[in-house]
Design a protein around this ligand. Structure first.
Ligand SMILES: *[C@@H]1O[C@H](CO)[C@@H](O)[C@H](O)[C@H]1NC(C)=O
Ligand SMILES: *[C@@H]1O[C@H](CO)[C@@H](O)[C@H](O)[C@H]1NC(C)=O
Ligand SMILES: *[C@@H]1O[C@H](CO)[C@@H](O)[C@H](O)[C@H]1NC(C)=O
Ligand SMILES: *[C@@H]1O[C@H](CO)[C@@H](O)[C@H](O)[C@H]1NC(C)=O
Length: 394
């Protein structure tokens, strides 16, 4: 088991950027030590469920976004999740049925609340939420998005409250929303509503995460930009890749990758590997056999009882780990994949966790923010592509 330690508290910045011709909205995302794991449940369309093994629980961190719902806006803190597509908040006075979240939604206190007959029910890799849908005005920064579908939960596993979050901002593709409602219909996401309301020209957003330097680092460590690319922080040369057509993954933000590499040795693969790009998962999950091969290169690395690999904190000459995407190699060195002890501590002070871990069987690769805090990503619903861009030096 991991110790529950450090809660990261970060500064807050709000920017509305109006670029050349296309409007975009940038919001800060704040990193916190994450107490519970909300991971994507993949494979609903293929009839098989691939979920994350419980060993990953508590080993992680989360990025949170502030939004407002209603008129006047009621504040909520949401986990920003590209692995699911329904945005939900807890109902007012939900109490123990929602894990005592920091905020709750009162339709009676909002002049823009419209009820619907749609019921809400979502299952995550771990956990669940249920309730009903309303149409409401959503506030992101100073942008107001009327008539947006929001799920109001009156019952959920409550684990997000431990992270200081109320619910989830579903940044997955619209198509993924069909399994979250009683009618099995595709519900427009907040991103789609932003375009419908002409607040953005293109249904896209970029995500920039930056690791904290130390426990006192209060700098902005994440920005999500709706409607464009955050060119202030991400290099303008973007490597765009189509989302995968593979059954079970095609409605997700998932791509086929070319392969993985340790140092300069490309890991041979027998079939095309699908990688889910998921801001709601902390780790970089890779097939178990590949993880074992990787950690075999690190003296004294071992797999702990929780199922997580740990390595000596003072290990030197760590191998690099690369993901090869559309011919480009994105490389993490040890300083990028070892989780600093101020973030997550192993019981034995000589051992450290890494962001690289083995996923469950059948699930191929999840690029969680262990990867995303080194590489900028752009998610385009209109072209159905994910772009990868290197962080600008700063
Ligand atoms: C949002 O705020 C920014 C800066 O405070 C301002 O420049 C911009 O015009 C505002 N946008 C809207 C839509 O109100
Ligand atoms: C990507 O998708 C577009 C549109 O469906 C298609 O025209 C293009 O050939 C695809 N590119 C690759 C490399 O598969
Ligand atoms: C990997 O390849 C690059 C370029 O060919 C080379 O500079 C580097 O030393 C190699 N790294 C290792 C660990 O072999
Ligand atoms: C790493 O730490 C262990 C335990 O404290 C120690 O035995 C070992 O000599 C250290 N190795 C290096 C390379 O510093």
């Amino acid at each position: 088991m991991l110790q529950r330690t450090i809660l990261l508290t970060l500064g807050c910045l709000l920017v509305l950027e109006v670029g050349n011709s296309s409007a975009s909205i940038s919001l800060p995302i704040k990193g916190v030590k994450r107490m519970a794991l909300k991971s994507a449940k993949v494979g609903a369309t293929s009839g098989t469920e691939h979920t994350i093994e419980s060993g990953v629980r508590n080993a992680d961190l989360a990025y949170l976004l502030e939004i407002g719902v209603g008129s006047p806006p009621q504040p909520f803190t949401l986990l920003f999740d590209t692995g699911s597509s329904t945005t939900w908040i807890p109902v007012d006075n939900c109490g123990h049925r929602c894990g005592f979240p920091p905020h709750g939604y009162s339709d009676a206190s909002s002049s823009t609340s419209e009820s619907t007959t749609l019921k809400f029910d979502i299952q995550y890799g771990r956990g669940f939420a249920e309730g009903y849908f309303v149409k409401e005005t959503v506030t992101l920064g100073n942008a107001s998005i009327p008539q947006t579908y929001i799920a109001v939960s009156n019952f959920n596993d409550g684990e997000l409250s431990m992270d200081g979050a109320d619910g989830i901002f579903g940044a997955g593709p619209d198509e993924l929303s069909y399994s979250d409602n009683s009618e099995g219909i595709i519900i427009p996401t907040v991103l789609t509503s932003m375009k419908t309301e002409k607040l953005i020209d293109e249904r896209s957003f970029s995500v920039y995460f930056q690791p904290r330097k130390d426990e006192n680092d209060e700098s902005i460590n994440g920005v999500v930009t709706f409607g464009g690319v955050d060119t202030e922080r991400i290099e303008p040369k973007i490597n765009y890749v189509n989302v995968t057509k593979q059954a079970g993954y095609k409605d997700y933000w998932a791509i086929n990758i070319d392969g993985l590499a340790f140092d300069n040795q490309t890991v041979s693969k027998t079939q095309s590997m699908v990688a889910l790009v998921d801001t709601g998962t902390t780790m970089v999950l890779i097939p178990e056999a590949i993880a074992r091969d990787f950690f075999r290169n690190i003296p004294s690395a071992y797999r702990s009882q929780s199922g997580l690999f740990v390595i000596p904190c003072n290990a030197s000459n760590l191998p690099t780990f690369s993901v090869i995407i559309n011919g480009e190699k994105y490389t993490l060195d040890g300083s990028q994949y070892v989780i600093p002890r101020f973030q997550v501590q192993h019981l034995n002070p000589d051992y450290c966790y890494t962001y690289l871990q083995s996923g469950p069987p059948n699930l191929q690769i999840i690029l969680g923010y262990g990867f995303l805090q080194s590489v900028g990503t752009i998610y385009n619903m209109d072209t159905r592509q994910i772009g990868f861009g290197r962080h600008k030096a700063h």
